[in-house]
Write a protein that binds this ligand. Structure first.
Ligand code: ZN
Length: 150
């Protein structure tokens, strides 16, 4: 166990274990790179795995699938995310997933891990500084649900 593992709260450990467990269900016959992700929200923990496709661009990342599961269950606020894969360094979310996570967890705590042991604790703002923000972002007063303008 790394030094940083000692800094994990019980909640963080549970989140990482959820990501580790769900990784067994990843569908990655093309890349042979299974990834597990878990997000902690106001409605509990939701998990996702990468789901590849014979048409490569149609594959989707574990992080994004975890977000989709959370949103489908009614969650709208991501407090923390854990991601795990078999990598030398703790696995890092791709740029697209960083933006998707930002939508629901702009200040989320991020736990990056490898099944080999390495662990990194960081935050979404550190992974995606100056993220793209829509002028229509919900809760910011302009355009939310109005359907007007363009
Ligand atoms: Zn991704």
């Amino acid at each position: 166990m790394s030094e940083q593992a000692a800094e994990l709260s019980a909640e963080d450990r549970a989140l990482l274990e959820a990501a580790r467990a769900v990784r067994a269900h990843a569908y990655a016959p093309y890349s042979q790179f299974p990834v597990g992700a878990a997000v902690r929200t106001e409605r509990g923990v939701f998990t996702g795995v990468n789901v590849e496709n014979a048409s490569y661009p149609l594959g989707s990342c574990a992080e994004r699938n975890a977000v989709a599961a959370a949103v489908a269950a009614g969650a709208r606020r991501i407090e923390a995310v854990a991601v795990i894969a078999d990598t030398a360094e703790p696995v890092r979310p791709c740029g697209g997933c960083r933006q998707v996570l930002h939508e629901f967890g702009p200040h989320a705590r991020v736990i990056l891990a490898s099944v080999r042991g390495p662990l990194e604790l960081t935050t979404l703002p550190a992974l995606l500084p100056r993220a793209f923000e829509s002028v229509r972002r919900p809760g910011q007063g302009r355009g939310a649900g109005s359907g007007a303008g363009g």
